[in-house]
Design a protein around this ligand. Structure first.
Ligand SMILES: NC(=O)c1ccc[n+]([C@@H]2O[C@H](COP(=O)([O-])OP(=O)(O)OC[C@H]3O[C@@H](n4cnc5c(N)ncnc54)[C@H](OP(=O)(O)O)[C@@H]3O)[C@@H](O)[C@H]2O)c1
Length: 244
């Protein structure tokens, strides 16, 4: 029997930018558990230290910013040939309020995520194996439209369209995107005491009425690394939020 669909990353080099927390860190751990050599990077010393304490020697944790090509290149050079490149970095700040009440600066700041991902791809492609993959992370607001979330929706949709454009231009390198719903990560830590109640409100009425786990999104990212016939696709891991 062919083993081409078996879940193994043995001997593969996997780089996760935005890999020091949440979805990216869960992906780095899952890839290392499947036998990959893994490098994961983020900006803050706090996340880097916490990630190192979590993964030990299983994953090489480095410092990099999606907006700083030199720091990305330093990570990519460590890996040498990259088989699977993931960017799960947040990369920009989001303003949640009516579009007409946002300044240009606030609206544009959300696109830091797109420019960061663009930079990761442009800097990373020279290091990628021709049978390798790139996977980005968008978010349910890309296609689930709500009031006060225009910045989030526009950036998410742009990320998903960029992925389809890149899948055409970079073939046979495969390019895909995972779109998470509400996932229990540090993304919501800024809500402080209100965090749990706010997150519970966000998932109310979903088909799967609970917050998702970073590992559940990581498994979609791993699937897209492993499946050599998947390209230009979006995988939703959102508890059915799109059908709410
Ligand atoms: N959690 C959710 O409910 C949810 C929903 C939809 C979409 N998403 C998307 O999923 C992705 C992962 O988010 P998460 O929930 O896992 O959040 P998280 O736990 O905050 O992790 C984000 C990671 O990205 C890193 N990062 C942020 N900006 C970066 C930059 N400019 N350069 C390099 N690394 C950077 C962070 O470390 P440093 O801050 O230290 O750099 C951290 O390692 C994001 O794109 C987010 O928009 C999340």
């Amino acid at each position: 029997m062919s083993n081409t669909t078996a879940m193994s990353l043995s001997g593969k080099n996997v780089v996760v930018i935005g890999g020091t927390s949440g979805i990216g860190l869960a992906t780095a751990i899952a890839a290392s558990e499947l036998g990959a050599n893994v490098w994961a990077a983020g900006r803050s010393a706090a996340h880097i230290e916490k990630a190192r304490a979590t993964v030990g020697s299983r994953v090489t944790i480095m410092s990099a910013d999606t907006h700083d090509s030199a720091s990305l290149q330093a990570v990519f050079k460590e890996a040498g040939v990259i088989h699977h490149l993931v960017s799960a970095a947040t990369g920009g700040s989001r303003t949640m309020k009516p579009f007409v009440e946002q300044t240009d600066e606030q609206f544009q700041a959300a696109f830091g995520k797109l420019w960061g991902y663009s930079n990761v791809v442009r800097t990373g492609v020279p290091f990628l194996a021709q049978d390798g993959s790139i996977t980005l992370v968008s978010g349910a607001p890309a296609r689930k439209l709500k009031a006060n979330a225009s910045a989030l929706s526009c950036v998410g949709a742009a990320v998903e369209n960029l992925v389809r454009c890149l899948a055409i231009e970079l073939a046979p390198i495969r390019v895909n995107v995972v779109s998470p719903g509400i996932i229990d990560t540090a993304l919501f830590d800024g809500l402080g005491d209100k965090r749990d109640a706010a997150v519970a409100g966000m998932v109310k009425g979903q088909l799967i009425e609970r917050v998702g786990r970073p590992e559940e999104v990581a498994s979609a990212l791993i699937y897209l690394m492993n499946n050599g016939y998947a390209t230009g696709t979006t995988v939703d891991v959102d508890g059915g939020q799109l059908l709410r």
